[in-house]
Write a protein that binds this ligand. Structure first.
Ligand code: HEM
Length: 147
């Protein structure tokens, strides 16, 4: 319905420019929780935020995150079809030391990026629509922490 349309319309342009928007998101993420930087050490080349944001491995991860968001937007009518993929993705994040609580901070960083990019189109309804979709993604990933 209306929520899906808000998400699709707002993602149309953003999804075509994944890396710059992903960088805005991760810059915000590290402002909110600088400790997350250490999980991206890629054999310790990424000591500080600016180094990290220009490391190719890190930019690959930024792209990977945006591709998953893109997949969610493209599967709004059947998000459950991504369930197995997201559960496995959660397992991988468990293995690299991510805490499930950090996904709330990632969500804030995502909203920040949307707000920066959308300006006046960033409404309460749009924010809520995105939060709802993001929470489906995160709850599926979080199942990957279970034994
Ligand atoms: C893989 C960290 C959030 C999508 C990884 C890897 C690390 C990592 C260290 C393994 C190395 C690599 O592939 O670059 C984190 C941290 C996060 C975070 C610290 C936030 C606290 C997310 C989110 C998504 C995501 C929110 C998507 C919704 C991926 C994907 C991979 C990956 C697709 C590749 C998995 C594979 O190899 O099959 N992440 N990640 N990450 N991450 Fe994240």
């Amino acid at each position: 319905g209306k929520d899906k349309q808000l998400i699709r319309d707002s993602w149309e342009k953003l999804g075509k420019n994944k890396v710059p928007h992903g960088i805005v998101m991760f810059t915000r993420l590290f402002e909110l929780d600088p400790a997350l930087l250490s999980l991206f050490s890629y054999k310790t080349k990424c000591g500080a935020v600016p180094d990290c944001l220009s490391s190719p491995e890190f930019l690959d991860h930024v792209t990977k995150v945006m591709v998953v968001i893109d997949a969610a937007v493209n599967h709004l009518d059947d998000l459950h079809s991504l369930e197995d993929f997201l559960l496995n993705l959660g397992k991988k994040h468990h293995a690299v030391g991510v805490k499930t609580q950090s996904f709330a901070v990632v969500g804030e960083a995502l909203l920040h990026m949307l707000q920066c990019s959308l300006g006046a189109s960033y409404t309460t309804a749009l924010r809520q629509a995105w939060l709802n979709m993001y929470s489906v993604v995160v709850s599926a990933m979080t199942r990957g922490w279970a034994k």
